[in-house]
Design a protein around this ligand. Sequence first.
Ligand code: IMP
Ligand code: MG
Length: 181
Amino acid sequence: MDMHPDLEQVLFSRERIAARVVELGRQISDDYRNGNLLLVGVLKGAVVFLADLMRAITIPHRFDFIRASSYGKGTASSGYVMLSGQIEHHLADYDVLIVEGIVDTGRTIEALTREFTRSGARSLEVCSFLMKKRPRAVPVVCRYLGYEVPDRFVVGYGLDYDERYRHLDCVGILRREVYEL
Ligand code: IMP
Ligand code: MG
């Protein structure tokens, strides 16, 4: 597929993404073989990653979703994370693995960690497809990480700018002209 004209650079092709997801799935399957795994996808950005990851995991597991939003229309976090939606599972019965598309400031993961700890998750870890290389006020430990990315705004593979570009099968850096008017 040709590069989308709004992208400045493709960071990860569909093929590279697929290969990394298989590795993550293998690692997770191994680590949780004696556990009771529940993947909790962070809507909406993690939907595409979650769909691929669950099929790369070879042990029985379940999944659920939670909605987190902090960005609105912009390309910088508002600093305030809103969680919404209902987890259907009783977290105390599960080894919870948060599945996120990208970690930036770390505030979303911080809010989710607080929430799921309060709900009594049996264990709690984070799997993020991407993580920005930047200083972070809130330290985030991703037990499973796909790739590090530069501190730029990236889209594709579920990640959006103003709800666009989620369907791109690669991850790329969005041209500044698209959001700096
Ligand atoms: P954090 O709370 O600042 O770590 O941001 C995490 C959330 O912000 C992610 O779940 C994304 O929805 C969004 N986000 C952060 N950086 C980007 C980006 O470069 N592209 C698209 N979404 C982003
Ligand atoms: Mg977004």
